[in-house]
Design a binder for this molecule. Sequence first.
Ligand code: OAD
Length: 254
Amino acid sequence: MNTNQLDTIAELLEKARKITVFTGAGVSTNSGIPDFRGENGLYSYVQKHYNLPYPEAIFELDFFREDPRVFYSFTGEMMTDEVQPTTTHHFLAWLEKHEKISLIMTQNIDMLHQKAGSSRVFECHGTFQTGHCLSCNKEYSFEEFETNLKSGTVKQCSCSGIVKPDIVFFGETLPAAFFDLLENPPATDLVLTLGSSLQVQPAAGFILQLTGSSTPSILINLQKTAYDSYFNHVIHEDVDAVSDYLWEILAGKL
Ligand code: OAD
């Protein structure tokens, strides 16, 4: 790791009071949840193990309507109770406790930011906490379809329609509040992007629009992204190793 660069970043974090954070699947890989587009990501797994026209179909609304069994059998394989937040989730919660976080915009649906103690979180790709029937729109709570998700059996509504968890699929729009935040982003004195390929719009646009001004910006991601040049400080390292290093420095200062 380039410790000079990390020391500069520690100084920026120490000074900052309104950090806007953007997180993707890379902040959760160390908890055992694969990312999407990384080397051993979900999309390459899905491609090998499911008979799909292309891997993203697993999260496509039209495909789900046609055959919801694929999605449910996938969640049946993936959902476990044991997943715990990583160092990075805890580090962000600690920064929030020190009144440094303006907002964590996350694309993740694993709730690990909240589990670590962060509260200023916006889940732009929705949540598993609720679901809706695609036919009559009846709402269901997570508890009402949890067994289906874990056993891989399709949840049917009392009207016999199919229940879809409220995570955002391709073909659906993001929650309206996301677009409010896109138009009126929170006050930000430091941009911090962690563990995202920045490939998916409009989510990535939220953070990219905050770069390029006089506000300093940091990107920490294992692999290069197509948007590295938008950021003042770019680190291609494991995000938990970086968080560990920064936390140790800041713990002595905050
Ligand atoms: P991606 O899989 O596209 O990108 C995750 C990035 O995290 C990759 O570039 C990895 O290199 C990096 N990464 C993985 N582990 C890391 C680690 N330990 N430390 C640092 N970096 C690491 O995931 P997202 O950008 O989150 O949307 O994907 C965005 C959206 O695409 C998801 O929210 C999902 C997906 O389709 C929907 O399903 C709507």
